[in-house]
Design a protein around this ligand. Structure first.
Ligand code: XIL
Length: 319
């Protein structure tokens, strides 16, 4: 895929989210991944809960091993993520913020974490989600009141962005969100947040549109809607990454394949859309737990047990 993308639009990167486990132990997965992608996002290894399970303790080994693979194969790396409500270790979530004195102490702890991490990876990340999923779940448009918010107030993304810039001035900064891939209130809120962050001295280069399509009937992304979306961010001088595209489907149908191809082709067509990343590689590692507690295997990705899926083939035709 990367070779086709490079021909279609020189410099354009197609990436995938990866985990160290299969990358290190499954030669077929490693071949599928290395043979097709020019960029990677560590799926979990750079989340705060994994990088700093206890306060002052840092576990960089897994992320470093993933980055070493990327570096040895000439892939660019997208870092994921600094401020993310859902992926904080307990010590971070529970920092007291009740009094001004508490907030000074939690500010020190949070910024110490941020600076340690960004300094550790400095020079190795092309881009970084400085804030991930800022808004209330299920289509909300208000900021989640996580420990960053409680410590710094509603302007916290600018504090995060400036501190990241101080530690690594070259990394491209993104705010990443779900449910903002098509026009609507949530998308407007994301645009406002990016602008407001930069008005407060932040260094946001653009937004990540996760583009998870969990239900083709209700949340398919049309070419028209995505093109309008890219125009909107373009007018604001912001870049867009398609950051986590995957399309849930029980069977691996043609509709799924077409949805993958539509998102990729529309991104490729617009200079505002600087990269495309899919959130997985092979269905072999695609499991979820259903409402009744039973584990299910999905047919969501571009490979299934080592074989390219219809979605993969549709992507190659879109390039
Ligand atoms: C998901 C990973 O894919 C899972 O392995 C993990 O158990 C939970 O997180 N939006 C994001 C990603 O920004 O960090 C999430 O990743 C998927 C939704």
């Amino acid at each position: 895929l990367q070779a086709l993308a490079e021909r279609a639009r020189p410099g354009f990167r197609i990436g995938a989210a990866v985990a160290l486990g299969p990358l290190a132990s499954d030669a077929e997965y490693a071949r599928e991944f290395v043979g097709n992608f020019g960029a990677l996002t560590p799926e979990n290894a750079m989340k705060p809960q994994f990088l700093s399970p206890q306060r002052g303790v840092y576990t960089f080994e897994e992320a470093d091993a993933i980055l070493a693979t990327a570096e040895s194969k000439g892939m660019t790396v997208h870092g994921h993520t600094i401020a993310f409500t859902e992926a904080m270790p307990r010590w971070m979530q529970e920092l007291p913020t009740g009094s001004a004195k508490d907030r000074r102490a939690s500010a020190d702890a949070l910024l110490d974490y941020l600076t340690t991490v960004v300094t550790h990876f400095r020079g190795r990340l092309a881009s970084l989600d400085v804030v991930n999923e800022p808004f209330d779940l299920d289509q909300g448009t208000s900021l989640q009141e996580n420990v960053w918010y409680r410590t710094f107030g509603p302007g916290y993304p600018a504090i995060v962005s400036r501190a990241v810039h101080d530690a690594d001035p070259d990394v491209r900064q993104f705010i990443n969100e779900n449910g903002a891939d098509v026009p609507g209130e949530r998308q407007d809120a994301l645009l406002d947040l990016a602008r407001d962050t930069n008005a407060r001295g932040g260094h946001i280069d653009g937004v990540g549109l996760q583009s998870h399509v969990y239900d083709l009937e209700t949340d398919a992304i049309s070419a028209e809607d995505l093109a309008d979306t890219l125009d909107l961010f373009d007018e604001a001088g912001l870049h867009v990454r398609i950051s986590e595209n995957d399309v849930t489907d029980d069977q691996g149908t043609d509709d799924q394949a077409e949805q993958y191809a539509t998102v990729l082709a529309t991104c490729l067509d617009s200079p505002t859309c600087v990269s495309y990343t899919t959130w997985g590689v092979d269905d072999r590692y695609d499991w979820w737990v259903d409402d009744d507690g039973s584990a299910q295997q999905g047919h969501d990705f571009l490979f299934d047990e080592g074989h390219p899926t219809p979605a993969y083939k549709a992507m190659t035709r879109a390039l």
